[in-house]
Design a protein around this ligand. Structure first.
Ligand SMILES: NC(=O)c1ccc[n+]([C@@H]2O[C@H](COP(=O)([O-])OP(=O)(O)OC[C@H]3O[C@@H](n4cnc5c(N)ncnc54)[C@H](OP(=O)(O)O)[C@@H]3O)[C@@H](O)[C@H]2O)c1
Length: 234
């Protein structure tokens, strides 16, 4: 039986991933921020094993390490999914704080969780880390003008671009191991963080991501994929 860890499991895409992974026979650990969210996740998916922690805080490393040490030897799949949208679209008061907070969640949060899980991923090799990115993290697309006209915040694309560079750095470090790392834009998903014109339900997005992971490309390691359109430029 394979084991997975999914962050941001209280709702949206993360919750759907937990439910779909459990249905596919995985033992699933879901990171949520509160005991109440842990109860809700358990009610939604009795097989799910909640871990309580905030990826924005360093203590999450110990919380994950302790929980995994008690419950499992290895983790085959880590999905760094926790994160949310941002709002400030011009150089106004509060923008530095919003950017710092989002980089702390999307980039440093994924790093903290990956550090905590790495010994367990190594024990389960071949293993995989999926960083849930966004098309808006692509500097190639931004430079090509593809986001012109979008009502974009500063913080969200900056944080996702930072997370993308984290993916590349982790891929470089882990190149000689059997732990693969990739970045995935999950599509436009109907969640609290999704855009109003999103047409994909969280369950559809989760199924599509997990189906893709079942037959990954040979050059998965260090790749950046848009599940709507295919491979995309960093
Ligand atoms: N929806 C889209 O169209 C779309 C498109 C591209 C990429 N994404 C990415 O997909 C991922 C999931 O987003 P979603 O659409 O499912 O959003 P969502 O419904 O807003 O869910 C966000 C999840 O992340 C958790 N989270 C946020 N900050 C956290 C923190 N500091 N520590 C731990 N958990 C935290 C939330 O927990 P709480 O319930 O405690 O707040 C929640 O479980 C995000 O990384 C997002 O950037 C989404």
């Amino acid at each position: 039986m394979k084991t997975a860890l999914v962050t941001g499991a209280s709702r949206g895409l993360g919750e759907a991933l937990v439910v779909c992974l459990a249905k596919r026979g995985y033992r699933v650990h879901g990171l949520v921020r509160t005991p109440q969210a842990a109860e809700v996740l358990h009610a939604r998916c009795a097989a799910a094993m909640p871990i309580i922690g905030d990826v924005a805080r360093p203590e999450v490393i110990t919380a994950i390490h302790e929980a995994l040490s008690r419950r499992t030897d290895g983790v085959h799949l880590l999905i760094n999914n926790a994160g949310s949208g941002a709002s400030i679209r011009a150089m106004h008061d509060g923008i530095e704080e919003e950017i710092a907070a989002h980089v702390n969640v999307h980039c440093l949060g994924a790093l903290r969780v990956s550090r905590a899980a790495l010994p367990f991923l190594r024990r389960a090799e071949p293993a995989l880390i999926v960083n849930v990115s966004s098309r808006f993290g692509s500097t190639a697309r931004a430079a090509a003008g593809l986001f012109q006209g979008h009502a974009l915040s500063y913080a969200y694309p900056i944080a996702k671009a930072a997370q993308n560079m984290l993916t590349l750095r982790m891929a470089e470090e882990l190149r000689s191991s059997q732990v693969r790392v990739c970045a995935v834009h999950p599509g436009q998903v109907q969640t609290a963080s999704g855009s109003p014109d999103a047409i994909t339900t969280p369950t559809e997005a989760a199924v599509r991501l997990l189906d893709w992971l079942e037959s990954p490309p040979a050059d998965l390691h260090g790749c950046y994929v848009d599940l709507d359109t295919g491979r995309q430029g960093w």
